[in-house]
Design a protein around this ligand. Sequence first.
Ligand SMILES: C[S@@+](CC[C@H](N)C(=O)[O-])C[C@H]1O[C@@H](n2cnc3c(N)ncnc32)[C@H](O)[C@@H]1O
Length: 235
Amino acid sequence: MFSYNLIMEKLKLNYEESTVRSVEEAYSSEPWWYDARGFLILTFAYNDTLIHQIKHFALNIKNQHLEVAIGSGTFLDLVLKYRRWKKMPSVQISGFDYSKSMLQAAVHRFRNQKNIELQLADAAKMPYKDNQFDSISCANAIHSFPDIQNSMKECYRVLKPGGVFVGNCLIPPRGFWVFKWTANRINKWGQKKGILHRSYEQTEIRVLLNEVGFTILEEELRGNCLSFITTKKII
Ligand SMILES: C[S@@+](CC[C@H](N)C(=O)[O-])C[C@H]1O[C@@H](n2cnc3c(N)ncnc32)[C@H](O)[C@@H]1O
């Protein structure tokens, strides 16, 4: 049986109680509000478009795929719909998030899809084997991680050599002052709420990815969002 309670029972969480509480407070909104809010954040803080993001992630999913910080699953659902529309093959997906409320929404959304397995887990301590996945996506979440360094190390560890790790990250607001001002206000609100750790300069992300071992294949800056495609080299 694929139920949320079963997943919760099976899990041996190693979080501090206080971490669990603060995560739940940060992501306490109703999933529908979370989705609507996400769309506004994408438009006014990232200054990016949904279709651009969908394509970025949809084109880089392979056989055994890991979705890091899946959230409520709305974005992955759109990515998978795009893949079906483009007649791309169905794949086996593992996904996780460390917010119970977000994960609960994702479990409900994908309840009839046997190729999707979800867990409650921390990006900095993933419950997966070394070299397990052909592709990993981390959409709109890197800048939310309290421990970005270990989260990136974990992505590297669980990716197969030759596999792809695809992500995006919020960079400090730039451009015309009204857009910059609006994005700054949204980011400040996000930090206060606990859903944004901080934005990162392009060079910080580049150094971090290289340091953990990734080879960057592509980088693209659009609005206040850096998208990247990396690989783990076959030694
Ligand atoms: C902005 S949401 C993005 C969700 C989804 N990927 C999307 O694009 O809609 C960020 C997500 O990151 C999750 N998150 C933050 N820190 C995490 C961590 N250390 N481990 C796992 N998930 C984390 C949050 O719970 C939240 O669901």
